[in-house]
Design a protein around this ligand. Structure first.
Ligand code: OOB
Length: 533
């Protein structure tokens, strides 16, 4: 790995994290192999098609690693993994971990715009997809991307592969493989982003494994637990907080739900006696609405983790009473820092704060616009540095200069209050992102796409408050002449390959965009127009 691809922790920090026993020099391949030794016959993984014991999961990952090697996938190669909540996601990731190849964590909702950027920027050699999912043809998508992205040699398909490579055919006789270096990049996460294209987040085996183990200190899992994944598997929250990786480290069972719908999720909770699951606030609200009248037995649920977006305190209170389980608020980011409310915290901490950092070596600063500390309790910008927070995005030196302080703190873009108890309350956001129920939409990305429409002279994207998803994507448009129809703008964006969740739901046409005193578009004024009508 060259220094320009990956900003490592400075040697003195790495030494400190190692000396403190946080970085243990393990890799994810080794972790699964160890779990297979300890828990061989226990159920590791369940999806809609079947179940895997630890022994079988480890063996399948090893066999698939051999097949990937046979295709020419090598240590350090990037592979875009774009699978829904199926067991093959887990098997493929562990196969890549074992080789030391790097899964790039794309979402099934991503389309040509997102995937072509991710493939090109990571110089990916392969794209792993389902054949179809929710009526969408991923083989066609991948063929278009291959035509644009010269590094992409293989499309690997879970399901009907046609002329592409079938994932099922790659399970080969296991061959011995050297373990990758624990300091190597294990995976690349996608940033929620503030920029026109998302940045790639390099997480090493050492730092990501530490974040998983530390998460287990505050959301413990053991051999009697079943962890349900209803959020998209590749997202940092269900993957690592403690998520799928934490459950597999601890010998628990991972249950994959094809969707977060009440019907799918409640049935799985009852059938597998699920003890822990992770949701975003809109799903918590959906489930709350259904829980009172459901005939499913949800009594096994011990902890409901809620994170990814702001949870209203009133909803938080209901979670504990309606589900009869413990609520855990999780305020995390794919770049690193994760905060948890503790299971034994007083109720008002659990319902009214987003918790506190999980590591004793996490450093947080709350500062004003000039990076000067604000008094405790005063809202300010959250900056953080620590044993599992990246020091730089992948191949992005210019952006890194803005996104990190000179002494290596990540500028989260979140405005928080730090309480004397050490807990954080997320009060606002300085970054120009719409958080649609946990799905992050960078305003600039949508603005750039809409600006390409011939009828659009100027455009600004803002979040419109919404009772269910928290914020909806709203476009303010200054038209050239006759305003284009919203329907036409939506299909324009879809045709440009933008993921559906980023496509604005509301369009407002205005004569000019309001400006701030320094001549920038005033998003604050636009947001006010939405709320005052
Ligand atoms: C998680 O990760 P990302 O990378 O999708 O998004 C991070 C951003 C944060 O900077 C913050 O703006 C927002 O999402 N956020 C929250 C929140 N949790 C995340 N805002 C308010 N309250 C919360 N509880 O979203 C993520 C990663 C790991 C664990 C959990 C969430």
């Amino acid at each position: 790995m060259t220094p320009s691809q990956f900003t490592p922790w400075p040697p003195e920090f790495a030494a400190r994290y190692r000396a403190a026993g946080l970085w243990t020099g393990t890799t994810f391949g080794r972790m699964l192999a160890d779990s297979a030794v300890l828990h061989g016959d226990r159920t590791a993984l369940v999806d809609a098609t079947g179940s895997w014991t630890y022994r079988r999961l480890d063996a399948d990952a090893h066999r698939l690693a051999s097949g990937f090697s046979g295709l020419g996938i090598r240590r350090g190669d990037r592979v875009v993994v774009q699978l829904p909540n199926v067991a093959e996601f887990v098997i493929a990731c562990f196969a890549l971990f074992r080789i030391g190849a790097i899964p790039v964590m794309a979402q099934p909702t991503h389309r040509e715009h997102e995937i072509s950027h991710v493939c090109a920027h990571s110089e990916a050699v392969a794209h792993i997809i389902p054949d179809r999912h929710f009526g969408f043809d991923f083989r066609e998508l991948s063929a278009r991307i291959r035509a644009r992205c010269p590094s992409l040699r293989h499309t690997i398909v879970h399901g009907d592969a046609g002329a592409d490579v079938a994932l099922a055919d790659l399970f080969a006789e296991p061959v011995p493989m050297p373990d990758p270096d624990p300091g190597d990049i294990a995976l690349l996460q996608l940033s929620g982003g503030t920029t026109a294209v998302s940045k790639l987040i390099p997480r090493t085996h050492d730092d990501y494994a530490y974040s998983v183990r530390a998460s287990l200190d505050f959301c413990p899992l053991g051999v009697d637990d079943a962890y349900l994944t209803v959020l998209p598997v590749a997202h940092n929250f269900p993957l690592s907080s403690p998520g799928i990786l934490g459950a597999l480290y601890a010998g628990a069972t991972v249950v994959l739900s094809p969707s977060p719908s009440v019907d799918d999720a409640f049935a799985l909770i009852e059938r597998h006696r699920v003890t822990v699951t992770a949701v975003v606030p809109p799903i918590a609200m959906l489930w709350l609405g259904a829980a009172a009248t459901t005939e499913y037995d949800l009594s096994s649920l011990r902890v409901l983790q809620v994170g990814g977006a702001r949870l209203k305190p009133a909803v938080a209170v209901q979670v504990q009473t309606v589900f009869g389980c413990r609520l855990q608020q999780v305020f995390g980011m794919a770049e690193g820092l994760v905060n948890y409310t503790r299971l034994d915290d007083p109720d008002e901490i659990v319902t009214e704060t987003q918790g506190r950092p999980m590591s004793p070596m996490d450093e947080v600063r709350v500062v004003d616009d000039d990076d000067q500390p604000v008094p405790t309790g005063t809202p300010g910008h959250l900056l953080t540095r620590g044993p599992y927070t990246i020091r730089g995005y992948f191949l992005a030196p210019e952006h890194n200069a803005r996104a990190f302080t000179s002494d290596g703190f990540y500028r989260t873009g979140d405005i928080v209050r730090l309480l004397p108890s050490g807990n954080l309350v997320v009060v606002d956001r300085a970054k120009d992102v719409v958080n649609r129920g946990g799905e992050k939409v960078a305003s600039e990305e949508v603005e750039e796409q809409l600006a390409a429409h011939p009828g659009v002279r100027d455009v600004a994207i803002v979040g419109e408050p919404d009772d269910v998803v928290g914020e909806r994507v709203c476009a303010f448009i200054v038209p050239h002449a006759e305003p284009p129809k919203p329907k036409e703008l939506k299909s324009f964006l879809r045709d440009r390959g933008l993921a559906a969740y980023k496509i604005p739901e509301r369009y407002e046409f205005i004569d000019s965009l309001p400006l701030t005193a320094v001549g920038k578009v005033s998003k604050k004024a636009l947001r006010q127009r939405l709320t005052t009508g």
